[in-house]
Design a protein around this ligand. Structure first.
Ligand code: MG
Length: 278
């Protein structure tokens, strides 16, 4: 793979990404895929999908897990519903995440990723924190058996909080999918500074932009087209270069309800990234 191939976040029947045809139309050579709905994660579909990617000349670089009942409606709802942190759904979601990883393996993909949720900010010895560590280890160990690594999407944690957690989980196949816009949307820190701190763990990234909220951390910031927000994209790429990241630049634009606008804005984002790469 060349340095920094463009990518786009894609979906088949679940998630906020674009359809494969859009990636093809925009000439984007890599995708990350939101895991399709449970009923469609079959070996037959895996084979069919792999064949389709081959025909389109698109490489799959990561599969993102997502779960029923998750909602990003507002920050408190996100805290309550996302990832492996909510206790009531933790065990079932962990099993589902392993099954998603097995499906990713059937797709020939060695990276699985997810939003783990708002990790309780406490230290080792606190049961709430320890149980999230335990479940993360369990998933890391399962995906390792598949020859895969697990990437945690950024946003819900500060850079320091995430570093602490990565160290406490202590697994050599646990990394970070860095999303600079999420740091702004969630109000968890300046993205470029955070990237410098987490740099050595960053193995995949999103190119997404956002504006800070008036009350960061209490209300959502606003996701906007790439280049129109407060992530300094030139500084972002420069920092990615400094930390030695040479993987895909995966564009995310989370407006699936407006597919034409989504495609047009991703097209512009591809342009912008090509320019900045130069
Ligand atoms: Mg993202």
């Amino acid at each position: 793979m060349d340095k920094w191939p463009i990518g786009v976040f894609a979906s088949i029947d679940a998630g906020l990404g674009v359809k494969l045809e859009v990636a093809k139309e925009l000439g984007v050579p890599t995708i990350q895929l939101h895991a399709p709905a449970k009923s469609t994660r079959t070996p037959e579909n895996a084979e069919r999908f792999q064949q389709r990617l081959k025909e389109l000349g698109i490489e799959l670089t990561a599969v993102f897990g997502g779960f029923e009942g998750e909602s990003y409606a507002d920050i408190p709802t996100t805290v309550r519903t996302i990832g492996l942190v909510p206790e009531e759904t933790r065990a079932a979601r962990a099993e589902e995440m392993k099954e998603i990883a097995d499906f990713a393996k059937a797709l020939g993909c060695s990276v699985v990723a997810l939003h783990i949720g708002f990790i309780p900010h406490s230290s080792v010895g606190d049961p709430a924190y320890d149980s999230v560590i335990a479940i993360t280890r369990e998933i890391c160990d399962h995906v390792k058996g598949n020859g895969q690594s697990l990437h945690l999407e950024t946003g819900q944690e500060t850079a320091d909080g995430l570093l602490q957690f990565l160290g406490d989980v202590d697994r050599d196949n646990l990394f970070v999918n860095f999303d600079p816009a999420n740091m702004i949307l969630y109000g968890t820190g300046e993205p470029i500074e955070a990237l410098k701190k987490i740099g050595s763990f960053v193995r995949s990234i999103h190119c997404k932009d956002a504006l800070w909220a008036d009350k960061p951390g209490e209300e959502w910031g606003q996701e906007v087209p790439l280049g129109e927000g407060q992530v300094d994209m030139a500084a972002y790429l420069k920092t990615l270069d400094e930390i030695g990241y040479d993987g895909p630049l995966t564009i995310e634009r989370e407006i699936p309800q407006e597919p034409e606008r989504q495609k047009a804005e991703i097209g512009k984002a591809v342009h912008l990234l090509e320019q900045l790469k130069g």
